[in-house]
Write a protein that binds this ligand. Structure first.
Ligand code: FES
Ligand code: FES
Length: 374
């Protein structure tokens, strides 16, 4: 398996498919990215991927502790070590130094990468969206100097990183990775995926990986076969119809946030409170429904909106209302070898809809109570 790391092609072999990108980086001597939690809550491990966004190629911040290495096949990654060029700090790094944004430094590389992604965001316009930092926690500096560093940043400089954004992002295509410890397969179409799952119904499905990687990192779950859903175009649709909106189950929540312009109020309430921007850049609606976790934030809203899921298997497709989809704690109507293709939200949307979430922190936290109303 090959991917591009800080501008250089690297080859990966003989590593377990559940090795995280973070563990790989640190074992390779790139110890700038840190492990604070291994579950997507601190942002100390933030790196950026080069991805296609609604405004063209962009740097997308993600938690490297939540990415299984084979998911990066053919992809392009930058870590904090890749930013300084010719011995000169990148603007975001220099701004952190100037404003005293770092003390112990444990969180700093993560903040730097989120600052970098936001400074180079193609549709950024003027100003700096401080919510771009809401997936990064600092335990000792205090946020004011970090905020000052962020607000001091002008437009992205016209450098090699800006030039990279004028070229297309790497395509997400089919991939296979195998080692003694297991196998990762990323089908390139729905048909290919269903054919494969009919033969291997025991496979663990992985979309953004933000749930599976936590199970792997903290509970040491191991799967012999992982099937990555990221390269299936049918799972990445976003279609507005007269009677419904149809959302591909594999669209990340970050993409959904930017594409669903006329979303009902409850969805607009929900998305900024759903984990952090770093998680939303990977996590999918299909994943949040498929795991049937009782702390999933999207089900209360989608149930209130009377949504349904389109499910595909080797025997064809069916549409199941979300009210029928959840069977019990972490159990769904999904049969072996089936995948959620899309989520349909009927129109017209309710006149009034809201989402409320009570948690210990306002942003980036697990719900104590979450409620959707329509
Ligand atoms: Fe905390 Fe990755 S180590 S988010
Ligand atoms: Fe110490 Fe942020 S500088 S945790």
């Amino acid at each position: 398996m090959e991917f591009v790391l800080n501008g250089r092609r690297v080859q990966v072999e003989n590593l377990a498919p559940q090795t995280t990108l973070l563990d790989y980086l640190r074992a390779s001597g790139l110890t700038g990215s840190k492990e604070g939690c291994a579950e997507g809550e601190c942002g100390a491990c933030t790196v950026v991927l080069v991805r296609e966004g609604p405004a063209g190629t962009e740097y997308r911040g993600v938690n490297s502790c939540l990415l299984f290495l084979p998911m990066l096949a053919g992809q392009e990654v930058y870590t904090v070590e890749g930013l300084a060029q010719g011995g000169k700090l990148a603007e975001v790094q220099a701004a952190m130094v100037r404003h005293g944004g770092s003390q112990c430094g444990y969180c700093t590389p993560g903040f730097v990468m989120s600052l970098f992604a936001e400074q180079y965001r193609p549709d950024r316009g003027a100003g700096f969206d401080l919510h771009a930092l809401s997936g990064n926690l600092c335990r000792c500096t205090g946020y004011r100097p970090i905020k000052d560093a962020a607000l001091s940043l002008g437009p992205a400089p016209d450098d090699a990183f800006k030039a990279r954004l004028r070229e297309p992002a790497p395509a997400l295509g089919p991939a296979v990775y195998e080692s003694e410890q297991g196998r990762f397969v990323r089908p390139g179409s729905l048909e290919e995926c269903l054919t494969f799952l009919a033969l291997h119904p025991e496979a663990k499905l992985v979309a953004g990986g933000t749930d599976a990687a936590v199970e792997s990192n903290l509970r040491y779950r191991r799967w012999e076969l992982l099937v990555g859903l990221e390269a299936i175009p049918e799972l990445r649709i976003f279609e507005e119809h007269a009677d419904a909106v149809e959302i591909g189950a594999g669209l990340s929540l970050g993409e959904l946030e930017r594409r669903w312009k006329g979303a009902p109020q409850a969805v607009r309430d929900l998305l900024p409170l759903f984990a952090s921007p770093l998680i939303r850049n990977s996590a999918t609606l299909g994943g949040n429904l498929g795991t049937a976790s009782p702390i999933g934030d999207s089900p209360p809203v989608l149930l209130a909106l009377d949504a349904a899921v389109r499910i595909a298997g080797k025997d064809g497709e069916r549409v199941v209302s979300l009210a029928e989809f959840f069977k019990a704690y972490r159990q769904t109507a999904l049969g072996r070898g089936e995948v959620i293709v899309s989520v349909r939200v009927p129109k017209p949307y309710p006149v009034h809809s809201r989402f409320y979430k009570v948690a210990k922190r306002r942003m980036d936290d697990i719900s104590t109570v979450a409620a959707g109303f329509a």
